[in-house]
Design a protein around this ligand. Structure first.
Ligand code: MOS
Length: 746
């Protein structure tokens, strides 16, 4: 018998089960510790002082009164702080000082006050007197739209072209030519950013940091302070939401470390809710000019997308709103261009489904407008232009089950009961609208490493330098390890959120389940194979010289398939080998970058279908989403409960985007005016209708070792367009500017 016949068979089926969160008890009892809840002996507190003008120079900073205030240890400004620069993030940005004396947006960090208590630091921060030579500022995207420019090579591809758009439009029988707009939005996670920085000596810092990427925070600290990467130790066991604003290291992180270094004590710095509107990015405002050309039977002949978003004076951030226009539908002639307008505002950044959430609003609304113009069902129009491959890069999809998503969602929703006539459906005195749209988001997979250790009590420790944003990472990794090793989840403990663990990327772009799931899949297989190797090579043991393919593993016991009485447990294997523990490390390596050219020659993308019913008061314009059905095909389901929950969360974000969310800018002062949770409207429980999520079965053995397409972001995509399309169906009013508020309906 040869050992080349294949691995042992594992009998275990925890992947896919709707397991409760393994960290649920810690969360609901308050035992789960978030960054701001950590403390250290002799800890001081820091409070940021931010600019009150929008553009200009700092001419004088008087810190004397603040320094004399009770409890104040020090006040750092551009003039007296040790030199340190924020590294250039995102790519294309400039390296920036941490504390500024030139102001290019309102809310820029000018000083930091360090005191014995938080209250003393807050009080003293108000005593820092700053004089400015203010200059005129520009904060309005539409005023500057003529100055839009094409960015250089940054992290995004600003242009996508195929065929001849002018020719395609010239031959079109029907056209849609409109501008769609989405406003500035902010992430507003429940947990604000916070950092506790502790230096053990000049070369070693430890930071408890609220972040979507302990590895990102570590890199930023090592860059800013010139430390060995391993000496910038970042810890973050739990995250209270991120949605993109914790995706990169913002200046408050190195400022906390700078303050700790200056006062030679541990320093904690937490952002206020108001500071969360200027200190960690926003979803940029977009202006999306979209032209569709179609034959009179609804076959697309041309798509032209001229997209613009705002960015800051310091960085060039492209919100790739054109992705969906280039990818979602089959069309021979496509031109997408994404330009930027520089404003005196803070840097924009990734926010849940960056690009696709805003960009699906334009293409999915325009497709609805085209369906109306053609007198065609919007699903039929989409099926008529179904993209069998990625025409943008002429590659097949690793898998695509969108037709099945349309079908299952339409069935469950009852789309066939829709009277297509606008304004024809009512419930009581309320107007009823049905709307639908396509959802789509890249299946990112960046790879990761993991370590698995079997102990002599039969327990297994899984370690990985990822983090759980609240989405269920602890739980899904437990399930993947359970099936990889053939043991019960109760025997597994997952340790994450620490850069001293095997490296993993930041949790962004919905990559974590795919990346860390694959790493844990691989390391579990490695540990299992090592145990099988010990069992089959143990002279005198029950499985000595049995081929692995003749073995079956269940509940931590390896047995011979032919003679089930011959078996040995994992614990017995360790004992026989005289080991206290057995450890393996493994890496899952990615062969593809987001939106880039794949080494495997496939485009990997998740798809879904969004259907909603909206009720509108015909006299008052008040709107309520009455119910929602979303069907998504995302490869392997690791946990039906956490996956459904993520998709529901995304859809609720979509309802926020469609009806509620908008950050208002005061044009005179150049600052956001609703920078609090009372005036920045996120959906609350009453805004969330019954949401049915359908998980459409899909197998994809190309996308990554666990076959997973991430689900953190796709739930929001298409949602705002589905709402707008339902609003049109109910009222005949086409709203092309989000959010759809009642003043726009009446
Ligand atoms: Mo997501 S916006 O990549 O956290």
């Amino acid at each position: 018998m040869s050992k080349q016949q294949g691995p042992a068979q594992v009998k275990s089926k925890f992947i896919g089960q709707p397991l409760d969160r393994v960290d649920g008890r810690l969360k609901v009892t308050g035992a789960a510790k978030y960054a701001a809840e950590f403390s250290a002996p002799n800890m001081a507190h820091a409070v940021l002082v931010q600019s009150t003008v929008t553009r200009g120079k700092v001419t004088k900073i008087d810190i004397e009164e603040a320094k004399r205030a009770a409890g104040v240890i020090d006040v750092l400004t551009h003039d007296n702080a040790p030199p340190a620069k924020r590294p250039s993030v995102p790519p294309g940005g400039q390296s920036q000082p941490l504390l500024f004396n030139e102001v290019v947006f309102s809310g820029q960090n000018v000083a930091v006050v360090i005191a014995e208590t938080l209250e003393e630091a807050e009080h003293a921060a108000e005593l820092v007197r700053i004089e400015y030579a203010a200059e005129p500022h520009e904060v309005n995207l539409e005023d500057q739209i003529d100055k839009a420019f094409l960015p250089g090579t940054g992290q995004r591809q600003p242009i996508s072209k195929r065929g001849d758009v002018d020719a395609g439009l010239a031959q079109a029988a029907v056209k849609v030519d409109q501008v769609y707009k989405t406003p500035t939005e902010h992430h507003n996670p429940m947990e604000p950013h916070a950092t506790l920085a502790i230096w053990s000596d000049d070369e070693h810092v430890t930071a408890y940091d609220a972040t979507q990427g302990v590895s990102n925070s570590s890199r930023a600290l090592s860059d800013v302070f010139g430390l060995e990467p391993k000496n910038a130790h970042v810890i973050n066991p739990f995250v209270g939401g991120g949605f993109g604003c914790k995706g990169q290291a913002w200046p408050h992180l190195p400022i906390a470390a700078l303050a700790a270094k200056a006062v030679k004590r541990p320093v904690k710095l937490a952002l206020t809710r108001r500071q969360m509107f200027t200190s960690n990015g926003h979803r940029p405002e977009t202006h999306q000019a979209l032209t569709l050309g179609s034959s009179n039977v609804g076959r697309l002949s041309a798509i032209r997308a001229e997209m613009v978003n705002d960015t800051s004076r310091l960085e060039s951030f492209v919100e790739p709103t054109g992705n969906d226009s280039a990818l979602t539908y089959s069309c021979p002639n496509v031109s997408v261009r994404q330009q930027l307008v520089r404003l005196d505002i803070g840097a924009p950044t990734y926010m849940r489904a960056p690009g696709e959430s805003s960009g699906s609003f334009s293409i999915e609304t325009a497709m609805d407008e085209l369906a109306i113009a053609l007198n065609m069902d919007p699903i039929d129009l989409r099926l008529r232009n179904y993209a069998e491959k990625d025409e943008r890069s002429d590659r097949p999809f690793s898998s695509k089950s969108l037709k099945e998503c349309y079908r299952q969602a339409a069935d469950a929703f009852g789309w066939s009961k829709r009277d297509p006539k606008v304004g024809s459906m009512r419930e009581g005195r309320m107007l009823v609208g049905y709307g639908m749209a396509t959802a789509s988001y890249p299946a990112n997979y960046w790879g990761a490493s993991a370590r698995a250790t079997l102990h002599d009590d039969g327990s297994v420790l899984i370690q990985c330098g990822t983090q759980d944003l609240g989405t269920g990472t602890y739980t899904i990794l437990t399930q993947v390890a359970a099936d990889g090793l053939g043991i019960h989840p109760d025997k597994i403990r997952v340790e994450i959120g620490d850069t001293h663990l095997p490296p993993a990327p930041g949790s962004g772009g919905s990559n974590s389940a795919a990346s860390t799931g694959s790493a844990v899949h691989n390391v579990s297989a490695a540990l299992r194979d090592a145990l099988v190797g010990l069992a089959t090579s143990a002279t005198g043991g029950p499985l000595n010289n049995v081929a692995p393919s003749d073995l079956v593993i269940e509940s931590g016991r390896i047995s011979s398939k032919k003679e089930p009485s011959k078996s040995i447990t994992y614990v017995e294997i360790l004992k026989a080998a005289g080991k206290k523990e057995l450890q393996q490390e493994a890496t899952a390596q990615a062969g593809r970058e987001r939106g880039g050219t794949g080494t495997k020659g496939y485009t990997m993308q998740g798809f879904g279908a969004q259907f909603c019913e909206i009720h509108i008061d015909p006299d008052l314009g008040m709107m309520r989403v009455a119910r929602w059905v979303g069907a998504f095909a995302l490869g392997t389901v690791l946990n039906a409960k956490t996956l459904t929950s993520q998709l529901q969360g995304g859809i609720i974000w979509g309802i926020g985007m469609g009806l509620l969310e908008e950050t208002f800018m005061d044009p005179v002062y150049g600052r956001y005016v609703n920078s609090n949770l009372a005036e920045y409207h996120v959906p609350v429980h009453k805004d969330a209708p019954p949401i049915q999520v359908i998980l459409v079965p899909e197998e994809d053995d190309i996308v990554n070792p666990v076959g997973v397409k991430g689900a953190g972001e796709i739930g929001i995509t298409g949602a705002a367009a589905a709402i707008g399309n339902a609003v049109y169906h109910a009222t005949g009013k086409r709203i092309r500017e989000l959010p759809i508020t009642l003043d726009k309906i009446l």
